[in-house]
Design a protein around this ligand. Structure first.
Ligand code: ZN
Length: 481
């Protein structure tokens, strides 16, 4: 919930107003917008300059959505509670497609305009700096398909009668109005109404289910801060499995009926991996964990906070090779610490998510199968990075946001640090990283600073040159002996 990059926000004066919202925006409020004060329509991230907004910090989203799994449509109200960082008359949220029925700010009708992915709202009165205010947006429609910005199709997706969302790095704005940047994390409540026979999942804990008469409402509450890219909703028919990790953390999995029996076997060790990671990285950050295996293809797995998402296609790969299954399971689970609890400040820091999750999966395999497997993984990883042209892991550029180096070279950087430092200092550092930035945002600069601080404490050599060489140089350095 901290807006770390606010200072970089770019003020954009919206000179041309395109497309008034459909209905709901009062004429009176519209006239008030005639002065057109500047609206901060960017979080200042060079990878996605159109994403995120400035001038406020979202505290909580409440998304009450009626979802039709056959049409793939939704209809509902998003209530966004935010705190201003400056006095504001107009502000924006990211939203792609969908029809606005009405917008209210602090209970009063407000006018709005659409421009690209910005929903620009004019408050009925000036909002003071530091004011907590509530915006209610009633909207409906069939979400638009996102322009492809990642190896897999992101945004709201609908196949047959299965609905799911996959929002990394961009996609949340296809299904709700959002300050779509990882630096603005917030609490969420999802009130999802679906036809009888379907189950709707959100992030966090299922805190209520209505009596089902034709349709049912599932209420999910995510109390700890959630980045919009890790927000996830699904609608499907599921077999639900409940259990607990050895350390007591609740596990609940949702499997499409046709894969349920096999999925139970594939995900049987989730609790064991979770407890091992809690030993290495500190307490599991959330109240529960689980996996969803859909009856539809996703193109990839996604670490949606507290409920990781697997498509049938990914699941098929997992059933064919137990090592592949262990890597997927442990990778998505590790993201709950690295990515979801400790969240990147900007997209150029993406290796902090993917390099850490990749290395965590090696740590699980090492624990489970012995050290030889890590040697093999390191060799394979070096080969992959070389084949891909020895690109940097840090600030990889938009085209390589999910490239080989982000995952493999990021993991190798951590392995190099471990070899240089020895296990005691290295694992103390991992735990401190997860602890110090728990529920917040962090950058590569923060990581290097913490590594230097930890090294200085015990008189170990300055790790900055090693990290720089592994993360930012083109040529791959040699691993420490
Ligand atoms: Zn990942």
């Amino acid at each position: 919930m901290r807006r770390a990059v606010f200072g970089l926000a770019v003020a954009v004066v919206v000179a041309v107003l395109v497309g008034w919202c459909v209905g709901g925006c009062s004429e009176e409020a519209r006239q008030a917008a005639a002065t057109e004060p500047a609206v901060l329509t960017s979080a200042g991230d060079p990878y996605f300059p159109q994403a995120g907004n400035g001038g406020y910090d979202v505290l909580a989203y409440d998304l009450a959505l009626h979802i039709d799994p056959l049409r793939g449509s939704l209809e509902g109200t998003a209530t966004v509670k935010a705190e201003t960082k400056q006095s504001l008359e107009r502000f924006s949220l990211d939203l792609q497609g969908l029809n606005i029925i009405q917008v209210r700010v602090e209970g009063k009708a407000a006018s709005c305009e659409r421009e690209g992915q910005e929903l620009i709202i004019t408050a009925p009165g000036m909002l003071q700096a530091g004011q907590v205010f509530s915006t209610e947006i009633q909207y409906e429609g069939v979400p638009v398909e996102m322009e492809k910005v990642a190896p897999v199709q992101t945004g709201w997706r609908h196949t047959g009668d299965v609905i799911f969302t996959l929002d990394e790095p961009q996609g949340a704005a296809t299904w709700y109005p959002v300050n779509d940047h990882p630096s603005d994390k917030a609490a969420y409540v999802f009130r999802l109404t679906v036809p009888d026979g379907y189950v709707a999942t959100g992030n966090g804990m299922l805190v209520g289910t209505s009596e089902c008469a034709g349709e049912c409402t599932y209420v999910w509450s995510m109390e700890q801060p959630l980045a919009s890219y890790a927000a996830g909703v699904t609608v499907g028919k599921y077999v639900e499995k409940r259990g607990a990790a050895p350390n007591g953390v609740a596990i609940r999995d949702f499997y499409a009926p046709e894969v349920a029996a096999q999925a139970e076997t594939i995900f049987a060790r989730t609790g064991e991996v979770l407890a091992y990671f809690a030993k290495l990285f500190g307490p599991y950050p959330f109240d529960a964990y689980g996996s969803i295996v859909l009856g539809a293809e996703t193109g990839g797995a996604m670490e949606n906070q507290t409920l990781s998402l697997y498509g049938r296609d990914v699941f098929e790969r997992m059933t064919k090779d137990p090592i592949v299954a262990a890597i997927y399971l442990s990778h998505e689970l590790a993201h709950q610490w690295f990515g979801n609890s400790v969240t990147i400040s900007q997209w150029k820091d993406i290796w902090l998510n993917e390099g850490f999750a990749t290395y965590a999966s090696w740590l699980w395999l090492e624990h489970d199968q012995g050290p030889n497997i890590v040697e093999a993984l390191v060799e394979q990883s070096l080969r992959l990075v070389r084949q891909a042209g020895e690109k940097p892991a840090y600030d990889p550029g938009l085209k390589d946001l999910f490239g080989v180096s982000v995952y493999q070279r990021g993991a190798l950087a951590l392995h190099a640090l471990r070899l240089a430092w020895g296990d005691d200092l290295f694992f103390a550092f991992l735990k401190e990283w997860a602890q110090r930035y728990r529920y917040g945002n962090a950058s590569t600069e923060d990581l290097v600073a913490l590594a230097r601080e930890q090294a200085a404490k015990v008189g170990a050599p300055d790790p900055e040159p090693l990290l720089h060489a592994w993360l930012e140089d083109k040529e791959l350095p040699d691993l420490p002996r």
